[in-house]
Design a protein. Structure first.
Length: 74
């Protein structure tokens, strides 16, 4: 058995800044939505509103789950 499996598996390494990293990923997704709407001739206003709502919702859920996980760790 190695330390990556078996009775004493190694713990996964955590990202040094998970809150910032998740916000950056969701911000990039929001920008992609706005760019796609612009390129396809869609409404930039509606795309921006939808991207902003999705960003806030996804970031909030991710941060809530990260905080929950931090509280559960010993």
């Amino acid at each position: 058995m190695t330390t990556t499996n078996g009775q004493s598996p190694m713990r996964k390494r955590r990202a040094p800044r998970p809150y910032r990293d998740s916000a950056l990923v969701y911000a990039a997704f929001a920008v992609i939505v706005i760019v796609l709407a612009t390129v396809t001739g869609g409404s930039i206003l509606w795309a921006t509103v939808a991207a902003l709502v999705a960003f806030v919702f996804a970031t909030g859920l991710t941060w809530r789950n990260l905080r929950k996980r931090e509280r559960q760790e010993p």
